[in-house]
Design a protein around this ligand. Structure first.
Ligand SMILES: [Mn+2]
Length: 274
């Protein structure tokens, strides 16, 4: 890993065990600290087109958007960092591009895509998502779900109509209530947090978490912690072994250790203990 890299990443996307097309798209850019997963939906190639439009827009526009936002004079009233504002810019742009394509070409009518994105910078990170693609974080030996699905089911649970147990049996658990490209405007969930060098971040489409229990995701990340390319392949294989009904995409990202300079005493102590 070169010094200029902010993260190391490992990514795979697979059509699964049942489907012939893969409507998911994944991408990473270690230079700017980016990882993204999108899960498209819509008839006649609409899903593939929508998720590809989202990922391509992010990959081509985020760097210039970051530059623009970082050059702006900081406004004390800004709720978000320049990095988060740049992420918001490109996701809103993606929404517009997909929406316009769907409006102008009948075969793509109604297409849309989920998205989950992480951007790492200065020991911090921005997390953005729309829909039911997820971000998990492994830290201090605990796996935690960072994002909250935008699904009908989640809303019904939040309002007390369903228990978590009843929810597992539900037929329409994958009905997403928010996606890029469906409406002219979209509300994007954005979080900012610290990112620690030992953390492992997992971005995935629902084809992983519908097929593989959180416990097995945790155990796989533990087992292959020193070999994250194996972890990615193993997670995809687990999803396929368990039925693989949907396309399955996994991106793992691990923040790089600040620089190549020798560690100071305090950092070494921290390493011994964790
Ligand atoms: Mn899916």
């Amino acid at each position: 890993m070169s010094v200029s890299q902010k993260i190391e990443t490992f990514a795979l996307s697979d059509s699964g065990a049942k489907r012939t097309h893969n409507e998911d798209s994944v991408a990473t850019d270690t230079r700017i600290g980016l990882a993204v997963v999108a899960d498209g939906m819509g008839g006649y190639k609409g899903g593939e087109v929508a998720s590809a439009l989202a990922v391509n827009t992010i990959m081509s526009e985020l760097e210039s958007s970051l530059k623009r936002r970082r050059e702006e004079t900081a406004d004390d009233n800004d709720e978000f960092s320049p990095e988060s504002l740049a992420v918001k810019d490109v996701l809103e742009l993606s929404n517009t591009i997909i929406y316009n394509a769907a409006q102008s070409q009948p075969q793509y009518g109604g297409m849309g895509t989920t998205v989950v994105l992480t951007l790492f910078y200065d020991n911090r990170m921005t997390i953005a998502h729309v829909g039911d693609s997820r971000l998990y974080r492994l830290r201090d030996d605990k796996l935690e779900l960072v994002t909250e699905d935008h699904t009908l089911l989640r809303e019904l649970i939040a309002r007390g109509f369903y228990s978590e147990e009843e929810a597992k049996e539900s037929q329409n658990k994958n009905l997403v209530t928010r996606a890029l490209g469906i409406e002219p405007e979209v509300v994007i969930d954005i979080q900012e947090d610290v990112a620690l060098p030992g953390d492992v971040y997992l971005l995935c489409s629902d084809g992983l978490n519908d097929m593989v229990e959180d416990r097995d995701i945790y155990l796989t990340l533990k087992q292959y912690n020193d070999n994250l390319d194996k972890a990615v392949a193993e997670l995809i294989q687990l999803a396929k072994n368990n039925g693989g009904k949907d396309n399955v995409s996994v991106v793992l990202a691990r923040p790089a250790r600040g620089s190549s300079s020798p560690k100071n005493w305090a950092e070494k102590v921290v390493d011994w203990f964790f």
